[in-house]
Write a protein that binds this ligand. Structure first.
Ligand code: ARG
Length: 703
């Protein structure tokens, strides 16, 4: 023994793998050898005794994991925070550890019931005593961290564990003497890795490989320049030797079967206090309130999942379940996050779901001036498709021009303050922009079970449809189209060239001719292929009637472009009688406005194609204004563009043969968007048939 450093251990008299509470224990129940475990433990004990004082706590029958004394509690100076185990399989160890601490003169701090924290397994002091690293995500709750800070008067840095093999912080993280850190980055989320990198200089970080990590190389006992562990690769040993550490390997394979090794089997009970260091927690908490059909619409699950997935944790403080089917529920949830940054991320996502921050209800939104035209302040709130309100001078103001991916700008006008969504490029120096996530709420319709089942778009709510459902979607879309047309409403179609290749051109042309479409959005290609087909019978050189490539056909589309260029515009070519039918012909003849947005791959382009993209976005936005429904036909690019500009409440139907496109576009909440994975030509032909049935009952029944 060379120092006054003390450790606590517990002999493996009753050790066994009796249950499964971590992935290492799976398949290992009663598979560990008691004799070998005793021998391995004894070796560790002997090694450690050469470098420190080792105290023992009496093992107890029925508590096989008690050997892992790291989980007894967390010690700093005279203070102990006793563990509250997550699993009942280990909760019985608590009183025995408590007694030991009390008998040895420690002040024992007890966490509230139901707030799990697993001691030094999940909380590791920086070896220079500067701060405490605390893990959460599997065993310990983030909300325990502020208690650690308060009771131990130390700064707590919260790290989120995301790989269940490394369920305790000490399985993947080990602060060493002289400010070194041995750790496995793959066990942490991106935010935590960033925090580690901010606090520990690159030359002090020893990141290990997965192979070393699964041998519990981070589960190391460090006494001055000695590091004791189960096993290390030669590379790791060399790396540690380079910076002055001597590795002592002592096999602990029997304990690996329970998910622990050297560090887990010990608890350092002398941790000197640095009186210059004081508490500081970056963990933030807020109470949010949600109301509506929280269960029926699945909103509450989504909210709680997103809190955890984003790195926070929660406590449901109140849940008032609506009693009748049609009554709404209300919930108050306390959200905790490891930092203000993560909190903002969580709250802005919760706002999208319709939650309000409780105290924030009484707080105004935060504004910051735009100081450079076209650039928002760093912390600006990114707008969504949902109707939004912001609180300014105690008043909730409705945001105009709602769209996603903008900033909310506040402008002074003669009629008072106006809040509106603005694209970054449109921000002006006289604007103020909403920053942070205070004083913002979105209005979300949460459907009850009844509404959900009766809404027009409801049966499609599961999103991507299968064969039979294609027909159902077609019936529903035909019904909507007719209703909107008869009421003088507006339907916008975005279409890609595939519409023409799949033979859907004539159907789309018919829809336009019959007044079902009020604006067409696309690119250069759909117009070119449509007109090529009408002038030459081919689409990209393929004969549309026979489905075979025509000799020399690949030149057809350039010839089509050239012809239109000669006339100066599509409209002029139609007028001159060069184009006699098809999608573009019907647009021109029926005064249906269209916008063709250019791209880098465009041939020609057509004189009508807008190659200035900002201009094109503006034309699109104008044409979308006031639309009730958008039909997106096999054009990922233009459809996503349109999706971004369209506020919630506009029905969207996305048809594409690629399920990925459909999923991406129809993911806007069930009531208003629907995706169909099918051939767009087929879809359009079914749609025309269905519309004919609706408008022409005699023709259908006589035939
Ligand atoms: N079977 C024990 C458990 O899952 C192992 C504890 C290991 N201890 C540690 N500090 N990592 O709780």
């Amino acid at each position: 023994m060379t120092s006054s450093i003390r450790f606590l251990m517990c002999a493996p008299d009753h050790y066994d793998v009796d249950y499964v509470i971590n992935p290492w224990m799976e398949g290992n129940i009663h598979k560990s050898s008691r004799d070998r475990a005793v021998e391995q433990w004894q070796k560790l004990y002997e090694v450690l005794k050469k470098h420190a004082i080792v105290d023992l706590v009496t093992p107890q029958i029925g508590w096989p994991d008690m050997v892992f004394t790291a989980n007894a509690g967390l010690v700093l100076g005279e203070n102990v925070v006793l563990s509250r185990f997550l699993h009942k399989e280990r909760q019985g160890e608590e009183p025995f550890f408590q007694t030991w601490f009390e008998e040895n003169g420690y002040t024992v701090n007890l966490l509230p019931k139901d707030l799990p924290f697993e001691g030094a397994g999940d909380a590791l002091l920086d070896r220079e005593g500067r701060w405490l690293w605390a893990g959460y995500g599997f065993r310990s709750e983030l909300d325990s961290h502020p208690y650690l800070a308060k009771w131990l008067d130390i700064e707590v840095l919260s790290l989120r564990l995301i790989d269940e093999r490394f369920y305790h912080l000490d399985t993947c993280f080990c602060p060493l003497a002289n400010g070194y850190l041995l750790y496995y980055p793959g066990a942490f989320d991106a935010y935590s890795n960033r925090l580690i990198e901010m606090r520990v200089a690159p030359e002090k970080r020893i990141a290990i490989t997965e192979a070393d990590a699964v041998n519990f190389a981070c589960n190391t006992v460090n006494v001055e320049s000695i590091v004791i562990m189960n096993k290390a690769s030669n590379a790791l040993k060399a790396r540690l030797a380079d910076v002055g550490f001597r590795v002592i390997e002592t096999p602990l394979t029997e304990f690996l079967k329970a998910g622990g090794a050297a560090k887990c089997l010990t608890l350092r009970v002398t941790e000197p206090l640095d009186t210059d260091i004081h508490a500081n927690v970056s963990v933030e908490s807020r109470v949010i309130r949600m109301e509506g059909h929280l269960l029926d619409s699945g909103l509450i699950n989504r909210a709680l999942d997103l809190i955890v997935d984003t790195g926070g944790s929660f406590q449901v403080m109140n849940f008032n379940l609506g009693e009748q089917r049609q009554s709404t529920s209300a919930a108050e949830v306390r959200v905790s996050a490891p930092s203000h940054e993560v909190m903002e991320e969580i709250i802005s996502q919760l706002i999208d779901l319709g939650a309000v921050d409780l105290p924030q209800n009484e707080r105004d939104a935060k504004l910051q001036p735009v100081i450079q035209a076209g650039v928002a302040p760093d912390d600006f709130y990114v707008s969504t498709i949902y109707p939004t309100e912001v609180r300014i001078n105690g008043q909730w103001v409705k945001v105009e021009n709602q769209r996603m991916d903008g900033a909310i700008a506040i402008t002074k006008t003669a009629n008072g303050l106006v809040a509106s969504c603005k694209l970054l490029r449109d921000l002006e120096v006289s604007d103020s922009v909403i920053v942070d996530v205070l004083g913002i709420r979105t209005v979300r319709k949460t459907e009850s079970r009844e509404q959900r089942n009766s809404q027009e778009f409801s049966f499609m709510s599961a999103g991507v449809s299968s064969e039979r459902r294609v027909e159902l979607v077609v019936e529903q879309v035909a019904w909507e189209l007719r209703k909107i047309r008869d009421a003088g409403g507006k339907v916008v179609v975005t279409a890609g060239p595939v519409v023409i290749h799949t033979g859907g051109g004539e159907h789309l042309a018919q829809l336009i001719r019959e007044g079902y479409v009020q604006a067409l959005l696309g690119g250069n290609a759909i117009a070119v292929h449509d007109m090529e087909q009408n002038m030459m019978g081919t689409s990209l050189g393929v004969d549309m009637k026979r489905g075979v490539a025509v000799r020399g056909g690949h030149r057809h589309h350039l010839k089509a472009i050239n012809t239109i260029r000669r006339y100066g515009s599509i409209a002029k070519a139609v007028e001159a009688g060069v184009i006699k039918g098809g999608v573009m012909y019907e647009c021109v003849s029926n005064n249906v406005p269209f916008s063709l947005a250019g791209s880098i791959r465009d041939d020609g382009p057509l004189p009508d194609t807008q190659m200035n993209l900002i201009q094109a976005q503006e034309e699109y936005a104008k044409l979308i204004e006031g639309a009730e429904m958008v039909l997106m036909l096999s054009s990922m690019l233009h459809s996503i563009g349109v999706g971004n500009m369209t506020p919630a409440g506009v029905k969207m139907v996305c048809v594409d043969i690629n399920p990925a496109v459909v999923t991406k576009l129809s993911d806007r909440g069930s009531v208003e968007s629907v995706g169909v994975v099918t051939d767009v030509g087929l879809f359009l032909s079914l749609l025309i048939q269905q519309l004919e049935k609706l408008t022409n009952p005699y023709v259908a029944s006589v035939g």
